[in-house]
Design a protein around this ligand. Structure first.
Ligand code: SAM
Length: 233
């Protein structure tokens, strides 16, 4: 999987990939990253990439020319690349999107800054637009890293143990049951006894019960849907 980040601030993103699982994925050639800065394509003599918005309003917008030329250059070199724009004005990104996008060969993440991007650029280039939640960030870089991280976990070989994917929250309708590790007694709190005994069928049914309680509490709509599909109590 190749990722291209189109951003005015590549440094913000680079450091995220310099450790742990994603670093190993790069070393094993399972994923690769490159960066394109719209500023390098600006024809303005001061390399300006923003301007005031037509119709007024506070703040500046990213101007179309540098982005158009930057994105055209990426498209020309990689005609099948999938262009993803990050914006709060979009459908929320979910786990199924991560799994679906993990099958692509080349994803281009386009991050806005200032008050966002001239809408015509989104119309001209976007294959998909995603929000990561109902709040406003200062730029799209964090959002593109969120997507990239979630997608990469679903790229074949990136996680050592693919079973860990299958058991996670959002893989099914229920959220994951609580997990515990050593020591057995921590500040006088102990895991449920069944977890310590090794009877796998009892552990499975306890985890199922705990999953249901967690989902009912934290994601009631999800719980209702799961209940209507898979169980009665
Ligand atoms: N004026 C815009 C609005 O009200 O919808 C917000 C622009 S925001 C300050 C600048 C950039 O941050 C956006 O172009 C987008 O790339 C990114 N961004 C902000 N919040 C986001 C979110 N919830 N999801 C994805 N991207 C976001």
């Amino acid at each position: 999987m190749r990722y291209t980040f189109v951003t005015l601030f590549p440094n913000i993103i680079e450091s995220y990939f310099s450790d742990t699982i994603l670093k190993r994925a790069i070393e094993k050639d399972l994923i690769s990253l490159d960066f394109v800065s719209p500023r390098d394509f600006s024809t303005n003599k001061h390399k300006k990439t923003d301007d005031t918005a037509f119709g007024g309003g506070a703040g500046m917008l990213m101007t179309p020319q540098p982005l158009y030329d930057a994105l055209s250059s990426v498209k020309e070199a990689s005609p099948d690349a999938h262009f993803v724009f990050l914006t709060p004005v979009a459908k929320p990104f979910v786990q199924n999107d991560a799994k679906r996008l993990a099958k692509k060969e080349h994803i281009v993440f386009v991050s806005g800054r200032y008050e966002g991007i001239d809408e015509r650029i989104i119309e001209l280039f976007a294959d998909e637009v995603f929000s990561i939640g109902d709040y406003i960030l200062t730029g799209g870089e964090l959002a593109s890293m969120v997507l990239c991280d979630a997608i990469s976990r679903n790229v074949e070989g990136v996680l050592g143990n693919s079973e860990s994917l299958a058991e996670e929250s959002f893989e099914g309708w229920l959220l994951e049951a609580p997990s515990f590790t050593k020591p057995q007694n921590f500040h006088n709190l102990t895991p449920p006894k069944e977890f310590l005994k090794g009877n796998h069928s009892k552990i499975r049914s306890l985890k199922f019960a705990l999953s249901k309680s967690k989902t009912k509490y934290f994601a009631p709509e999800r719980y209702k849907r799961a209940k209507s599909l898979f169980f009665t109590d």
